[in-house]
Design a protein around this ligand. Sequence first.
Ligand code: C2E
Ligand code: MG
Ligand code: MG
Ligand code: MG
Length: 275
Amino acid sequence: QAKAAGRNNYQFFTERMNLAAARHFELESSLRGALAREEFALYFQPIMCTETRRPRALEVLLRWRRDGALVGPDEFIPILEESGMIMEVGEWVIRSACVQAMQWQREGLEVVPLAINLSARQFTHQGLVDSIRAIVDETGIAPGLVEFEITETALMQHGGQTLEILRQINAIGMCLSIDDFGTGYSSLAYLKRFPVRKIKIDRAFVRELEASTEDRAIVAAVMALANSLQLSVVAEGVETEGQYALLRSFGCQYAQGYLFARPLPAEQVASLLAG
Ligand code: C2E
Ligand code: MG
Ligand code: MG
Ligand code: MG
């Protein structure tokens, strides 16, 4: 009987594997033409200054409109990364974000810096720096209006050349932040060797801030260390007034989350910047 159950489990498992593989294959082939079909769009989520509760930056979040349905980045970014398509799509993201910022500027809006996510694959390539320089030339964007977010895990995986590329980006005048901080196994002391200005505390530590004394202790400790290293801190995934009040009491300078705004299409951001 145990054997039969084992067999069933195995069958169930392989069916699920086949389904996942089929889905993956299907997504990968339709992603190949997605740029040309103009199926990608940028959404923007404000990062608020906790003191003024006004947007201080906008995080740029990629969306894929596939047959009318919006596919989230957690499903398709890994496929772009594996297949190498992330290089081309990532460059499209940077260029489109800069074009959008210049558009807002022409409309007379007060533009705040855009925080653009970078995959590990992108910042191990010298080509990234060249394309950033080209985009700055083409669009005329002020480098101070562009920041990049790199996850802690991605930084940990890469060595020598990465540091050099990040330095070059920094030399162009663009800041770097560490995304999803606390989910990897690094230390702030280690990350300090990179030219980083800001860390984003992962929402895993914010979610139960009100209920969990451990999470409060972790956030307070990260804040203390970040302050002593002169790094600013952004809290991700802030959904309640209670979380917001606690973060303010810890001296956290920036906060991002559904409490303030969801990621929005460009048209809706305009009114937020104007308001
Ligand atoms: P991330 O960079 O950590 O972005 C924050 C994610 O948290 C976004 O998910 C955002 O919609 C979500 N979020 C914001 N506030 C809240 C909140 O209050 N509660 C909850 N539950 N979630 C919140 P999204 O847009 O699905 O993006 C997921 C990840 O995909 C991003 O995580 C980032 O790592 C990656 N990503 C998105 N756009 C790009 C891109 O253009 N390039 C690259 N390489 N990665 C991207
Ligand atoms: Mg991010
Ligand atoms: Mg994050
Ligand atoms: Mg994330």
